[in-house]
Design a protein around this ligand. Structure first.
Ligand code: MN3
Length: 206
């Protein structure tokens, strides 16, 4: 992900949403987007800027912060806010109004090779989303020549582990509770069927 989206000078900035807050309704309501983007995502960016001010991290890019603090217990607050800032910027771009449908081109070929069929990919993505205990994320990633589905807990992100993220769905309760209450599977199914931005995912392939 290009750094210019999320950083101006040395301050991290909340990237603009690539669509209006009500553009993903009814799958994700404007109310959920208002809180999720305007409160949760903004909070991570604001916290990060406060934390890094006057420290050795003040001029680090977001990606450098994520990769440079992962696994360091004493730096976990830096990692959590930086990774959540990165993850949310990536999540917004993983969706589009009237998304879903089928990937095409090289991405579809790789999905076929790695999962058998697109339906089997969807089943596996949904199963991972349901199996993630507590807060976290489900990702389609590229690793070597293959694609994988991975789930990460809390702020953790495949970017910190040498994997190339292609698409993600946020499965923290704040992502769906207002619209779906406890029905996480219904939320992720609707994400896949109506919001997944396959052109964006394909653009992230190496
Ligand atoms: Mn979130």
């Amino acid at each position: 992900m290009s750094e210019d989206v999320t950083q101006v000078g040395f301050a991290h900035v909340l990237p603009s949403l690539p669509y209006a807050e009500n553009a993903l309704a009814p799958v994700i309501s404007a109310g959920t987007m208002g809180f999720h983007y305007g409160k949760h995502h903004k909070g991570y960016v604001d916290n990060l800027n406060k934390m890094i001010a006057g420290t050795e991290y003040a001029d680090w890019t977001l990606a450098r912060l994520v990769c440079g603090t992962v696994g360091k217990i004493e730096k976990s607050a830096f990692f959590n806010n930086a990774a959540q800032a990165w993850n949310h910027a990536f999540f917004w771009r993983s969706m589009k109004p009237e998304g879903g449908g089928l990937p095409s081109g090289r991405l579809m070929v790789l999905i076929g090779k790695s999962f058998g069929t697109f339906d089997k990919f969807k089943e596996a993505f949904l199963a991972a989303a349901v199996a993630q205990f507590g807060s976290g994320w489900v990702w389609l990633v590229q690793e070597g020549d293959g694609l994988k589905i991975v789930k990460t807990s809390n702020a953790d992100t495949p970017v910190a582990h040498g994997q190339t993220a292609l698409l993600t769905c946020d499965v923290w309760e704040h992502a769906y509770y207002l619209d779906y209450q406890n029905r996480r599977k219904d939320f992720v199914q609707a994400f896949l069927d109506h919001l997944a931005n396959w052109e964006f995912a394909a653009s992230q392939l190496k």
